[in-house]
Design a protein around this ligand. Structure first.
Ligand code: HEM
Length: 508
């Protein structure tokens, strides 16, 4: 009897638990369906098109961000769905020139950077790249003079010595007869320049014939930022040290250690002026920044790392890509060679002022940055508190906003024959077929208060280096050793493979 009763009780209990399970599953299903219906039909961003899965969950966008492939996916999505797209439930991406102004332009209140996409440095302080408005303005004031046109003119002899050393090194490659990696030489050259201009001493890359260890470390640190923030958005921040690969974690540590060494060494020399960018930082920061107008030590460290990232990676990317594109487009190479070699009587005539006469070369650099923007997806922004307007449409606060340069530059609405390398479109007398190109959609240095402070320096370096190389050398691509150079990933900046080129001395 007892056993029958207990068996009945057991049967009842199992029936009850099956019913609860069924109810639970149904409730879950209803919740999921309600969530899907909300995101697709009632959400404030419902009218923006995009791939179905991406509109429902941020998993695909975060996966591609973690993997360094988001820029290519955004390009594909924009080409398929148009100029304004939804790439996760709360994330929009735009490619119009108007969106550039609305999101990145100087306005009050500004569209701040999306705090969910950045990481504080290991010391917990800001850098110019992730600082809120007030701190950002302070950092910017401290560095502004050094990067102005006047400041750069004062630095011209310092810049030029590295161009001459680059030519010496490339002449060694001519003598060896072996193909050489141009990414290495361009990177070492611009990295040495920023070392000298910012802290009064070169990194010795050209001298030692090798890329300084800080370069891969700083690129690895940007990879860390992308990976760690993607994990944090999924509540997995605690597991960063296991889920981010070892090489990336080590790069972050090394980047921080090298930035600390550099900032401390230069700070220890206070009192001596070196004629470098740090002079002003140190003067204003006296007494551990007692005036509040300078930087504390931790901020110096973080900003040192930003200068290295900006100074080494972006200009070197453009120079490498320009070389690759010219080698694949012999007609453009021919025109550039003719312009450079007919403008100057000797390599010594090429300086920061005289390179401005090279209009075709300028067009080559612009077209290169259109096809291969050195910063391919600008830092994401959010509307100000209460929301804001983009393309005259209201966007709720906390919506992540992208203006992916890589996608904008390939939209047929912005550029005619967008997939072709045509420097001529940037000339004053551009062929009529390019008359409707929307050049304001091309913003490699972004715009507004947080645009690139190194723009003048970047153009000066890129114009000088390319003119010197084209004047002195004939180049031939080693296609087999290079492979498909475009096969790269992007974490804020590109992870570039070697670009192997055989050099010969030019005949004048
Ligand atoms: C072709 C070369 C370059 C390109 C395309 C480029 C592009 C950019 C872009 C797109 C930004 C904005 C990043 C953001 O929104 O977070 C930026 C910021 C910055 N760049 Fe460059 N850059 C170049 C060269 C340089 C050079 C040579 C330096 C010198 C150190 C430099 C220093 C900086 C700094 C310090 C910032 C932060 C500015 C701020 O937040 O106020 N850049 N750059």
């Amino acid at each position: 009897m007892t056993s029958i009763t207990s068996g009945g009780w057991l049967q009842d209990a199992s029936r009850f638990s099956s019913i609860s399970l069924l109810v639970g599953v149904c409730a879950l299903l209803v919740a999921v369906l309600a969530n899907i219906a909300y995101k697709l039909f009632f959400h404030p961003l419902r009218e923006y098109p995009g791939p179905l899965l991406w509109r429902l969950t941020s998993l695909p966008a975060d996966y591609h961000s973690f993997n360094g492939t988001l820029v290519f996916k955004l390009q594909e999505i924009h080409l398929k769905y148009g100029e304004s797209v939804r790439i996760s439930p709360n994330e929009l991406s735009f490619t119009q020139s108007r969106a550039w102004k609305d999101i990145h332009g100087a306005r009050n209140p500004e569209f701040p950077k999306d705090f969910r996409r950045t990481q504080l440095s290991p010391n917990g302080y800001y850098s110019i790249l992730n600082a809120p408005k007030e701190e950002h303005a302070r950092f910017r004031r401290l560095l502004a003079h050094a990067f102005s046109e006047k400041g750069l003119r004062e630095q011209e002899p310092r810049i030029r010595q590295y161009m001459d050393l680059l030519v010496d090194r490339l002449n060694e490659c001519v003598r060896s007869g072996q193909a050489t990696n141009m990414v290495k030489w361009y990177t070492s050259c611009v990295f040495d320049v920023i070392g000298d201009l910012a802290w009064g001493e070169s990194f010795g890359g050209l001298e030692n014939r090798e890329v300084h260890e800080w370069v891969p470390a700083v690129v690895g640190n940007t990879r860390y930022i992308f990976r760690a923030s993607a994990l944090e958005r999924w509540g997995l921040g605690t597991f960063k040290t296991w889920l981010v690969d070892k090489k990336t974690l080590e790069s972050r540590k090394k980047n921080f250690a090298l930035a600390t060494q550099k900032a401390e060494k230069r700070a220890a020399q206070k009192g001596d002026t070196h004629g470098d960018f740090w002079d002003r930082v140190l003067i204003k920061s006296a007494g551990d920044n007692s005036s509040g107008e300078g930087m504390v030590k931790e901020e110096m460290i973080n900003n040192a790392a930003v200068l290295v990232l900006g100074g080494a990676e972006t200009s070197a990317s453009t120079l490498s890509a320009a070389t690759y594109l010219l080698l694949q487009n012999p007609e453009s190479m021919k025109k550039l060679v003719k312009e450079v070699r007919s403008t100057f009587k000797s390599s010594a005539d090429i300086d920061v002022y005289s390179v401005n006469r090279l209009s075709y070369q300028f067009a080559v650099l612009e077209e290169t940055m259109r096809i291969y923007p050195p910063v391919p997806d600008q830092a994401q922004r959010i509307p100000p508190v209460g929301g804001g307007f983009v393309n005259d449409k209201f966007i709720p606060e906390l919506t992540t906003l992208h203006v992916p340069q890589m996608a904008a530059n390939f939209m047929p609405q912005n550029f005619h024959r967008a997939w072709d390398f045509v420097p001529e479109r940037w000339l004053d007398d551009a062929p009529a077929e390019f008359a409707n190109d929307d050049k304001a959609a091309f913003q490699p240095f972004t715009l507004g208060n947080r645009n690139c402070i190194g723009r003048n320096l970047a153009y000066a370096e890129m114009r000088l280096v390319l003119a010197k190389v084209i004047y002195d050398f004939d180049m031939e691509l080693d296609a087999k050793a290079t492979g498909n150079w475009w096969d790269q990933k992007a974490f804020g900046v590109w992870s570039k493979g070697p670009l192997m080129v055989t050099l010969r001395a030019a005949k004048h």
